[in-house]
Design a protein around this ligand. Structure first.
Ligand SMILES: [Zn+2]
Length: 118
């Protein structure tokens, strides 16, 4: 491995770990939001079972849970990308084995598939 490749490898790991850190923070924040909504729903249910606010809270909860699921998937993607980086298969499409492409990786560092397979 040349010095240039080592440098690229280290930079890629830095990008992926930075993304992972931010995504983990987002997961934690969304988790707190969800707990807040669940608690509000519980309190309003005590006040009045037919409180119209209950529907809004249900909607908010579904929204936060969707965001949470997306953030968790992203965290998984980043973990797998880091594993591929360590294994030396980062940037190789996990479906066809072709190159994912530098431009695509720059835009989506955790991309596992080339544009044709995505
Ligand atoms: Zn492919």
């Amino acid at each position: 491995m040349s010095d240039g490749t080592d440098l690229e490898w280290a930079r890629t790991r830095e990008v992926l770990e930075g993304e992972r850190e931010r995504t983990l923070a987002a997961v934690r924040a969304l988790d707190r939001d969800r707990e807040g909504i669940v608690e509000s729903a519980r309190l309003s249910a005590v006040d009045d079972e037919h409180d119209p606010e209950g529907a809004t809270l249900g909607f908010e909860r579904a929204h936060v849970e969707a965001l949470l699921a997306a953030a968790r998937r992203r965290l998984d993607d980043l973990d797998r990308a880091l594993e591929r980086l360590v294994a030396g298969t980062y940037g190789v499409c996990t479906s066809c084995g072709g190159p994912v492409g530098a431009g695509r990786l720059a835009a989506r560092p955790a991309a596992a598939l080339c544009i044709a397979c995505a």
